[in-house]
Design a protein around this ligand. Structure first.
Ligand code: KG4
Ligand code: ZN
Length: 335
């Protein structure tokens, strides 16, 4: 079965052609990073305009790379939430128009569920239940997945998302956008213990919820206290701040995720979303998992960020359920 997956929820226009849920025939992604980077984050109105401009050619390239004609596609899957409203509308309107023109059916896909599903695409032996840590630019959630389509959210951020905090601190240090990869790289030359930034809500009664705004304020105060600006700050100082900040984020994500796996007696933890690309997070989570008998898995780098392949993959999975449970892409959902 061939599924075309369309992802436009944020700043990547990505289309993929996937066979039988796991065989990725093509993924074409037009990133908008160079446009948004001067603002230090995604500008929603610009994002939707760029999706509208590029979606048709990205789709044509994805079909061409896969060697597949639109006529031969079985279903068109498109992200219908959560995400930027205008960007989602561009994607689902395009998907519906494409489907109408060729008498195909559309499948609406939840972006967060697709990030989680990306791990199942690469580990065929992986089966629920799992504890999933979903960390991206817009979300930070711990989810217990009992089965496909059966999720229990056990914790989420009360303010900034983990990826968002990387982006904001990177902007503060003048390191560029997106912040995650650059903070990770700069941190390699820094001392993770140079500054003791706060690890919020570690033993709080809402023990699986997160808060990153206090950490952000603490880093801002540190920078102010030394009268630093991105221009006058030495690279060693930037590296020390970046490394100490990253360590604080990773410690919180690690502590809460592993605690959730222990409390709910689930022996597999999966990481998903853009921040799952972070090498320090992966390493510390793996080490903690090894010492506690918990299997820790994450998707390859190409499936960590937003991509059409995870949308098509989950689209295939949905076709295995009863047809009436397939969510058409008639409207934006879950906002
Ligand atoms: O999942 P994603 O591509 O888009 C959303 O759905 O938000 O995640 C993007 C986020 C950005 O905030 C980016 O800074 C972060 O993921 N990110 C990272 C790394 N690579 C991307 N954060 C930490 N370390 C990384 N290596
Ligand atoms: Zn995402």
């Amino acid at each position: 079965m061939l599924i075309l997956g369309i992802e436009t929820s944020c700043d990547e226009t990505s289309v993929a052609c996937v066979e039988n849920g796991t065989n990725i025939l093509s993924v074409v992604t037009a990133t908008q990073i160079s446009t948004h980077e001067k603002y230090g984050g995604v500008v929603p109105e610009i994002a939707s305009r760029l999706h509208a401009e590029t979606l048709e050619s990205v789709t044509a390239s994805a079909l061409k790379d896969a060697g597949v004609k639109l006529e031969n596609i079985d279903y068109i899957a498109a992200t219908n939430g959560p995400g930027l409203l205008g960007s989602l509308l561009v994607g689902i309107t395009f998907a519906n128009a494409l489907a109408l023109s060729k008498n195909k059916r559309c499948i609406g896909i939840n972006h967060l569920e697709a990030h989680i599903f990306s791990v199942f695409m690469e580990f065929s032996e992986l089966k629920p239940p799992v504890i999933a840590l979903l960390v991206s630019g817009g979300h930070t959630v711990i989810v217990k997945m009992d089965d496909f389509g059966k999720f229990l959210t056990i914790g989420h951020t009360l303010d900034d998302a983990a990826g968002e905090s990387f982006d904001k601190i990177s902007f503060l240090l003048g390191l560029g956008y997106p912040g995650g990869p650059v903070i990770q790289n700069v941190s390699r030359n820094g001392d993770r213990e140079a500054f003791k930034f706060p690890r919020a809500m570690m033993d709080h009664k809402r023990k699986y919820d997160f808060s990153f705004s206090g950490l952000k304020t603490s880093v801002i105060n540190k920078v102010r206290s030394i009268n630093a600006t991105p221009e006058n700050m030495e690279m060693k100082m930037k590296a020390d701040i970046a490394a100490s900040f990253q360590e604080a984020v990773v410690d919180v994500l690690l502590h809460k995720t592993i605690s959730a796996a222990e409390e709910y007696k689930v022996s597999t933890v999966i990481l998903a979303g853009g921040v799952a690309a972070n090498s320090r997070l992966r390493q510390k989570m793996k080490d903690a998992g090894n010492s506690k008998g918990i299997n820790v898995l994450w998707p390859s780098l190409k499936l960590c960020g937003d991509n059409g392949a995870m949308i098509a993959g989950l689209g295939f999975k949905k076709t295995e359920f009863a047809v009436e449970h397939i969510d058409d892409v008639s409207a934006v959902r879950n906002l």
